[in-house]
Write a new protein. Structure first.
Ligand code: PLP
Length: 392
């Protein structure tokens, strides 16, 4: 009998929840397919679904329904926050300058770079060895009056949690707009939009049990961002385009469920993750946990496995039935350590051995047992191969 593979890559994406699928299906079929901008009954039915989703998201995140701007996902929401706020600054005669943490998702880093291309500037804020934001660097950047500061709540590679309420308060005191990417944080830690110093916040559907291709930017003040897409007047023209009604309905239901389950799920995942971490440390010689002493989101475990390369290890894990991902990008055969690990001062060779195991709602005790059983053998295999290769 073949054994089902184990999926420990929930930070990359996670399955659509059955309750979410059930909620969204009517909006793809004859009852709710209408265009929400149409005034007839079909349009009104679609609009009702859209508005219900806005209310659910607002409720779960401590926002107002009118503050929810649906996007095509986390990437677009991050771009709208960083570039849209720079455009709004320019329109009011202020400089365009995006100050973002070095460990941000590429969606934020590349958007900050685009602000430079548009004639503004970008400022990359360093982090310490544990991935925590350098507050002195933030203070220096604030004196330059950036158009936005963007710092993610929980890092997608390491799980490291930033003190977002405190950082947002520093930005607010300096009169600077603050954005947080809470794609990995929402539903896993108590991340909310209730802190009034947070001006903009990003969420993405496919990390919380909704489909890919839907997300939202929470916008406290519509004047703080200008659109980056141009077209109709939907969503107050901040994000024109016919809304993805079924996707929005799915996002609303997924966010509501994830918000309600956050604290119980966080303690369950923390238990599983800690058992996984302790077991691996006991059985894999030299294995290290990235940012082990930092406060980390409960679903992400970043491992450094000396004398291996993450591409080889991931392949052997996959063959053994464990799906995980690397903390590094592979370019022309050479494993480049990720920008996140590099920013934390992790040496390139060690960084190139990083593997991320990430847990989700479907992860069970039995998955952890199996991962613990097969991981050490996969590491030993890769180490043997690496050694024979280097001696060959
Ligand atoms: N921000 C973070 C922290 C993420 O983990 C991701 C997904 O990988 C994104 C943004 C991008 O979201 P999406 O895949 O919905 O564009």
């Amino acid at each position: 009998m073949s054994v089902a593979p184990i999926y420990l890559d929930h930070a990359a994406t996670t399955p659509v929840r059955p309750e979410v699928l059930e909620a969204m299906l009517p909006f793809l079929g004859s009852a709710g397919f209408g265009n929400p901008s149409s005034s007839h009954r079909y349009g009104r039915a679609a609009r009702a679904g859209l508005e219900q989703a806005r209310r659910e998201i607002a409720h779960a995140l401590g926002a107002e329904p009118g503050q929810v701007i649906f996007t095509s996902g986390g990437t677009e929401a991050d771009n709208l926050a960083v570039i849209g706020s720079a455009l709004a600054a320019r329109s009011s005669g202020r400089p365009m300058l995006a100050a973002v943490a070095a460990t941000e998702h590429k969606a934020v880093l590349a958007a900050a770079h685009e602000v430079s291309h548009l004639g503004g500037g970008e400022c990359i804020l360093p982090v310490d060895a544990n991935g925590g934001l350098d507050l002195a660097a933030l203070a220096a950047a604030l004196s330059e009056r950036p158009s936005v500061v963007s710092v993610m709540w929980a890092n997608n590679e390491t799980g490291v949690i930033q003190d977002v309420p405190a950082i947002a308060a520093l930005c607010q005191a300096a009169g600077t707009l603050f954005h947080t990417d809470m794609v990995q944080a929402f539903g896993k830690i108590p991340a909310t939009f209730e802190h009034r110093a947070i001006a903009l916040a990003t969420i993405s559907g496919h990390k919380v049990g909704a489909p890919k291709g839907i997300g939202a930017l929470l916008v406290r003040d519509p004047a703080s961002v200008e659109p980056i897409l141009h077209g109709g007047s939907q969503q107050r023209a901040i994000r024109p385009g016919t809304e993805n009604v079924a996707g929005a309905v799915a996002l609303g239901r997924a966010v509501l469920l994830a918000g309600n389950e956050q604290s119980t799920e966080a303690s369950r995942l923390t238990g599983l993750r800690d058992r996984l971490a302790a077991g691996l440390q006991a059985t894999v010689p030299g294995l290290r946990i990235t940012a082990a002493s930092a406060s980390r989101a409960p679903h992400i475990l970043n491992l450094l496995v000396p004398e291996t390369r993450s591409d080889a290890l991931l392949m052997h894990l996959d063959l053994a039935g464990l799906a995980a991902s690397g903390g590094s990008a592979c370019a022309t055969g050479a494993v480049e350590p990720s920008h996140v690990l590099t920013a934390m001062g992790i040496p390139a060779e060690l960084g190139a051995s990083a593997v991320r195991l990430s847990l989700g709602r479907e992860t069970t005790e039995a998955d952890i047992d199996r991962a613990l059983a097969l991981f050490p053998e996969a590491v030993a295999k890769v180490r043997r191969l690496t050694e024979s290769y280097s001696h060959g």
